[in-house]
Design a binder for this molecule. Structure first.
Ligand SMILES: NC(=O)c1ccc[n+]([C@@H]2O[C@H](COP(=O)([O-])OP(=O)(O)OC[C@H]3O[C@@H](n4cnc5c(N)ncnc54)[C@H](OP(=O)(O)O)[C@@H]3O)[C@@H](O)[C@H]2O)c1
Length: 257
């Protein structure tokens, strides 16, 4: 059986580690630089906690679930054991792993955080590899983790990553700003929860064009003007609001001024 060593103790390591164990793959341990973090994750996964600076157990696949900026350093410090070495970053090339003859990428298209272990069964797993050895190991693991597996080269991964940031991260930032406005009125942030829940569900079912409502979609310029007045003390958010509204009106053929 393919032995997997996971390096990193953050959000990706927590969720991917859980998915690896849950899918019955052989996780030999979790290595990290922070003692407390690696012991906590190892306890949660019921696997060995490993010190990144000490000799590591044998593995066929080493997954670097570390910050994008650390991938090169961690990879360069890893002994060349013949294992396939992969990182988990959507927008990063494979050249950072070039010290290892067989290398690649295993990127789940999902926003991952601590707290609740996630079922990755329908999370798209993107695989990229520098050759057949890494490709077959990574495809095998990806297919164990999820029913949705695809192979994408760097240029496409970067575009998918951009699309994911637009869809998820930037949208969540807007939710955060919306909650801030509620808090300023001493209202519970949960007031908007049914709205964003049903919005996400409708986007998934009917698509964005059918889901989009609101003043810009209707071309209600007076309402938009009133919202912009309410944002006069918040010029940055006002710019974001005006620009997004203009884009929506253009897309739906309303005149924008
Ligand atoms: N979270 C997501 O939603 C998500 C989704 C898709 C892909 N990814 C990718 O997953 C990878 C990890 O992201 P993450 O969200 O798990 O980040 P994270 O929660 O911030 O965790 C980063 C991990 O990297 C470790 N690290 C940073 N610098 C290091 C170094 N020089 N040497 C050793 N370990 C180092 C950190 O250790 P310390 O705690 O000691 O700093 C921590 O364990 C990234 O490549 C990211 O692009 C993340």
């Amino acid at each position: 059986m393919t032995r997997i060593l996971l390096i990193g103790t953050g959000r990706m390591a927590y969720q991917l580690g859980h998915a690896i164990v849950a899918s019955g793959l052989d996780l030999v341990g979790v290595a990290g630089r922070d003692v407390e973090a690696r012991e906590r994750l190892a306890r949660f996964l019921d696997r060995k906690a490993l010190d990144l600076t000490r000799p590591l157990p044998k593995a066929d696949l080493v997954i670097l679930a570390v910050s994008d900026d650390a991938i090169g350093t961690v990879s360069a410090a890893l002994p060349r054991t013949g294992a396939v070495v992969a990182h988990t970053a959507g927008a990063i090339g494979m050249d950072l792993l070039k010290d290892h003859p067989d290398h690649g990428v295993l990127w789940p298209i999902q926003s991952l955080s601590h707290g609740q272990p996630m079922d990755m069964g329908d999370v798209p797993m993107v695989v990229d590899a520098n050759g057949e050895v890494a490709r077959s190991v990574l495809l095998m693991v990806a297919n164990k983790l999820s029913e949705v597996v695809l192979e994408l080269p760097l240029e496409q991964r970067q575009r998918v990553h951009l699309a994911a940031v637009l869809t998820s991260n930037l949208t969540v930032w807007l939710v955060r700003e919306g909650q801030r406005l509620l808090r300023e009125q001493k209202l519970p942030t949960s007031l908007l929860t049914p709205l964003w829940r049903s919005t996400a569900a409708r986007v998934a079912t009917f698509g964005p064009d059918q889901t989009l409502t609101g003043p810009a979609r209707r071309g209600d310029k007076e309402t938009i003007g009133h919202h912009l007045e309410l944002l006069t003390k918040d010029p940055e958010l006002s710019k974001v609001y005006a620009l997004l509204s203009e884009q929506i009106m253009k897309a739906f053929a309303h005149e924008s001024r």
